[in-house]
Design a protein around this ligand. Structure first.
Ligand SMILES: [Zn+2]
Length: 127
């Protein structure tokens, strides 16, 4: 997976903040759905690699029951975890036990959505 993430980093569009990130969403059927961050001159118009992968999967007909784990890598080779906008997407569109695997310095760290998002705002709060 590490080699796939390294190759995928080349597709990142990160000319504004120079922070390339790649994500691969692994589905239970073995399908790997790629996502990269796409930066724009107006920061809020861009998208993170994690959300890019999850939204692409949803567009293909997958849902939270199909997601096994998401693999992440930044070109900086430092450990990364999803930003808080992506964490909201993880809470709303992924199961609590889905794993987030971060690759850095020839190591991996693994957290579940539940571990990463302790106090959440979700659809239950809207009822
Ligand atoms: Zn994000």
């Amino acid at each position: 997976m590490k080699e796939k993430l390294e190759k995928l980093l080349e597709n990142s569009q990160s000319n504004y903040y120079s922070y390339p990130v790649a994500a691969i969403l692994e589905c239970n059927d073995g399908t790997l759905i790629p996502g990269v961050n796409i930066e724009t001159s107006s920061p809020s118009a861009g998208i993170c690699a994690e959300r890019n992968a999850i939204y692409s999967a949803i567009a293909r007909g997958y849902n939270k029951n199909d997601f096994k784990r998401i693999h992440l890598m930044a070109k900086s080779n430092k450990e990364i975890m999803p930003c808080f906008i992506c964490r909201q997407t993880l809470v709303d569109y992924c199961k609590k036990d889905m794993e987030i695997v971060s690759y850095f310095e020839n190591k991996q760290s693994i957290k579940t959505v539940e571990q990463l998002c302790v106090y959440t705002f979700s659809e239950n709060d809207l009822k």
